[in-house]
Ligand binder design. Structure first.
Ligand code: HSE
Length: 456
C-alpha cells in the first residue's frame, strides 16, 4: 500500500490530539483511502517536555527546516499557532511543493491571500478544515458539498468561549465577570481572554468562511466586530422576557440588489466584462452579539458548542453543529485534511478542488453603516411624562421606526429601564440617533444597543 509520510511542526494540545487519533484510526483510514498515513517527524521547541500524548522519541526534532526539507516527508502539518513563524514555515513548505495542513485561523485571516497565492504558484495545496468550527466540517461543506450553490447567508456561532459564557449567564442569571472568571478556572477561557470575548477569534473564522463563500479575499480590517464584554445580565433577562436569546453571531449576508442600504452606492463594474455571468456581490461580514428568536435553532446551541447555519440558493437552509474546539474535535478536522491530502498525492492532483479561488464575483465588503439591522435598545431613563416623546422625536427625525416599547414593571428609583425594539434601520443612522438620545437629560446611562437577527 502506498504510504504518505507526514511531518508535524508543533505538537501542543491539537498536535497531541492528532497523534492520538492517528494511533487509534490510521488502519481504518488506510483501509478507506488505500493510502497509509505515517507520522515520520515531529518538530517541537521543547523535546523533553512531558506531554499528555507522548511523541515516539525517534520522531522528535527541534529543527522545523529539517522536517520541511526531508525528501521522505510528503506533507507538512503546521500546528504551532501564531502568525510569524507559522507563515514562514508554510511558505517554505509550499515553495518546496509540499502540501500543507493548518488549523491556524489567525494566520489565514492575516495572510490568507498570500498563502493561497503561494499554494497556486507552487502547485501545492493548502488545507485548513480545522481553522473554523473545530470538528464541524464546514470548510468541506462550503468548498465541496455546496459548490453548486450561491451562498446567500451564513450565521455562525463560532466561538465556544463566548457561547459558554452567554449560556451560563442565561441559565444562572449570572454576571459576565463572574462567569468569565469561572470559565478561566475551568480552562474554557484563556487567561488573556480578549481574542475570544472581544470577537476577534470569531472575526478570523467568519472572514475565512466569507472568503470561501464569496470568492474574494476578505480583509480582516473590513470586518465589523463587537464582542460580548458589555452584555449584561439585565439584557439577557429582558431579551428572554421578549422571547429571544443573546448569542455572539458571525453574520455573512450577500446582497445583489442593494436594497439593504439606505443610500446605495453605484454598483461596481466587473473587472472582466467579457465573463457574461460575472456578478458583483456586496457582502456584509460582521461579528456581534445578537438577539435570536427562541424559536430559531441557533438559540438552542449552548455551552461550548458551535453551529453554522448556511443558506444556499439551491439547497435552502442547512445547519452544521458540533464541538468547535478541543483536541479531539480539532484532530478530527486535521484527519479529514490528511485524508484529502493523501488522496490528492495518490492521484497526483494539484488542485482537485482548489483550496480558495476567486470565482464569479467581483466582491466588496459592505460598510456596516450602510447595513440595515433591527435593534433592541435598553435605556435608563427618568420616569416622568414627556421622556418617551423626546426619545421618539429623535428617532423620528432619523426616520427610524419603533416596533415596540416596554417599561418593565417593578423597577423604582431615580431611573428605570426602558426597552425599545426598533424596525430595520441603517447602522449609521441608529448610531447617530443613539448619541443624541444619550445626551438627553432624562437619559441616565449610556444606551445599550444589541442587534436583533430575524434570519430573513
Ligand atoms: N478559542 C476558540 C473558542 C477555540 O473559544 O471557540 C479555538 O478556535
Amino acid at each position: 500500500m502506498q504510504q504518505v509520510n507526514v511531518g508535524m511542526i508543533g505538537c501542543g494540545t491539537v498536535g497531541g490530539g492528532v497523534l492520538q487519533a492517528l494511533q487509534r484510526n490510521s488502519p481504518l483510514m488506510a483501509s478507506r483511502l488505500g493510502v497509509k498515513l505515517s507520522v515520520a517527524k515531529v518538530a517541537v521547541r521543547h523535546p523533553r517536555k512531558v506531554r499528555a500524548v507522548a511523541i515516539p522519541p525517534s520522531l522528535i526534532t527541534t529543527d522545523w527546516e529539517n522536517v520541511v526539507a526531508d525528501p521522505r516527508i510528503n506533507l507538512v502539518v503546521e500546528l504551532i499557532g501564531g502568525t510569524t513563524m507559522a507563515r514562514k514555515i508554510i511558505l517554505h513548505a509550499l515553495s518546496a511543493g509540499k502540501p500543507v495542513i493548518t488549523a491556524n485561523k489567525a494566520l489565514l485571516s492575516a495572510h490568507g491571500e498570500e498563502l493561497f497565492a503561494a499554494a497556486q504558484e507552487y502547485g501545492a495545496n493548502l488545507y485548513y478544515e480545522a481553522s473554523v468550527g473545530g470538528g464541524i466540517p464546514i470548510i468541506k461543506v462550503l468548498r465541496e458539498a455546496l459548490i453548486g450553490n450561491r451562498i446567500t447567508r451564513i450565521y455562525g456561532i463560532v466561538n465556544g468561549t463566548c457561547n459558554y459564557i452567554l449560556t451560563r449567564m442565561k441559565l444562572e442569571s449570572a454576571d459576565f465577570a463572574d462567569v468569565l472568571a469561572e470559565a478561566q478556572r475551568l480552562g474554557y477561557a484563556e487567561a488573556e481572554p480578549s481574542l475570544d470575548i472581544d470577537g476577534y477569534d470569531a472575526l478570523h473564522k467568519v472572514g475565512i468562511l466569507a472568503s470561501l463563500a464569496h470568492g474574494f479575499w476578505v480583509n480582516p480590517k473590513h470586518i465589523y466586530v463587537e464582542g460580548i464584554r458589555s452584555i449584561s445580565r439585565l439584557d439577557i433577562q429582558f431579551a428572554g422576557q421578549l422571547g429571544y436569546t443573546i448569542k455572539l453571531l458571525g453574520v455573512v449576508k450577500r446582497f445583489d440588489d442593494l436594497r439593504f442600504a439606505n443610500d446605495a452606492p453605484p454598483r461596481r463594474k466587473s473587472r472582466n466584462s467579457q465573463i457574461e455571468n460575472r456578478r458583483s456581490a456586496r457582502v456584509q461580514v460582521s461579528v456581534y452579539p445578537a438577539l435570536i428568536p427562541n424559536s430559531h435553532v441557533l438559540a438552542s446551541v449552548n455551552h461550548v458548542f458551535n453551529a453554522i447555519y448556511v443558506r444556499g440558493d439551491v439547497v435552502g437552509d442547512t445547519l452544521y453543529y458540533g464541538r468547535g474546539a478541543g483536541p479531539d474535535a480539532t484532530a478530527s478536522a486535521v484527519l479529514s485534511d490528511l485524508a484529502d491530502a493523501a488522496l490528492d498525492l495518490k492521484c497526483g492532483s494539484k488542485s482537485r478542488i482548489p483550496p480558495f479561488v476567486p470565482h464569479e464575483c467581483d466582491g466588496a465588503v459592505l460598510n456596516m453603516g450602510e447595513v440595515l439591522s433591527r435593534y433592541y435598545v435598553r435605556l435608563s431613563v427618568v420616569d416622568k411624562p414627556g421622556t418617551l416623546a423626546r426619545i421618539a422625536a429623535i428617532l423620528g427625525r432619523e426616520k427610524i421606526g419603533i416596533s415596540s416599547v416596554i417599561q418593565p414593571e417593578g423597577h423604582e428609583g431615580e431611573s428605570v429601564p426602558l426597552i425599545l425594539m426598533i424596525h430595520d434601520a441603517p447602522n449609521a443612522a441608529m448610531t447617530q440617533a443613539l448619541e443624541k438620545i444619550g445626551r438627553l437629560a432624562v437619559v441616565k446611562a449610556t444606551p445599550r444597543i444589541i442587534r436583533v437577527e430575524s434570519f430573513e
